[in-house]
Ligand binder design. Sequence first.
Ligand SMILES: [Zn+2]
Ligand SMILES: [Zn+2]
Length: 157
Amino acid sequence: MKDVKARTVFVPPHRERGAVDACIAEAGLRPTAQRSVVYGVLLNHAKEHPTADEIFMQAKVEKPEISMATVYNCLDALVKHHLVKQVHLDRAATRYCPNMHEHAHFLCEECGEVSDFEGTAKPRTSGFKVPKGFQVTQTEMNMRGVCPDCAKQEATR
Ligand SMILES: [Zn+2]
Ligand SMILES: [Zn+2]
């Protein structure tokens, strides 16, 4: 696997096959070659929050014989075992995020880049009025706006 610099604080700096396999096994999944390729791609492209299509293109570089169906199966398994979560930021395809720490997603409306914002979004402490009787099991926090790079470009335009 190519050497990839760690770009976010959450992503472990080592991305060797062994480390990826260990994460998969720890989550209770059998680390097959396909799963480690798919999960490896996600870890290496965590910042992009890639779609299944993008993951497929990237996985093919490492494993030319991999099929789209296999990629979907792998993603399914990774999501079910809480290694990866699905993100729905816009009407575009589902994206995938391997950062399982609680965080919000920020989508830049100019360049389309997705950023992870650390923090907790517990409905009862965030000011949302959760009516009696409702049990929240999952909170997804999405924000949109302009990223610092695009804001700078706008200012100089
Ligand atoms: Zn994320
Ligand atoms: Zn931007």
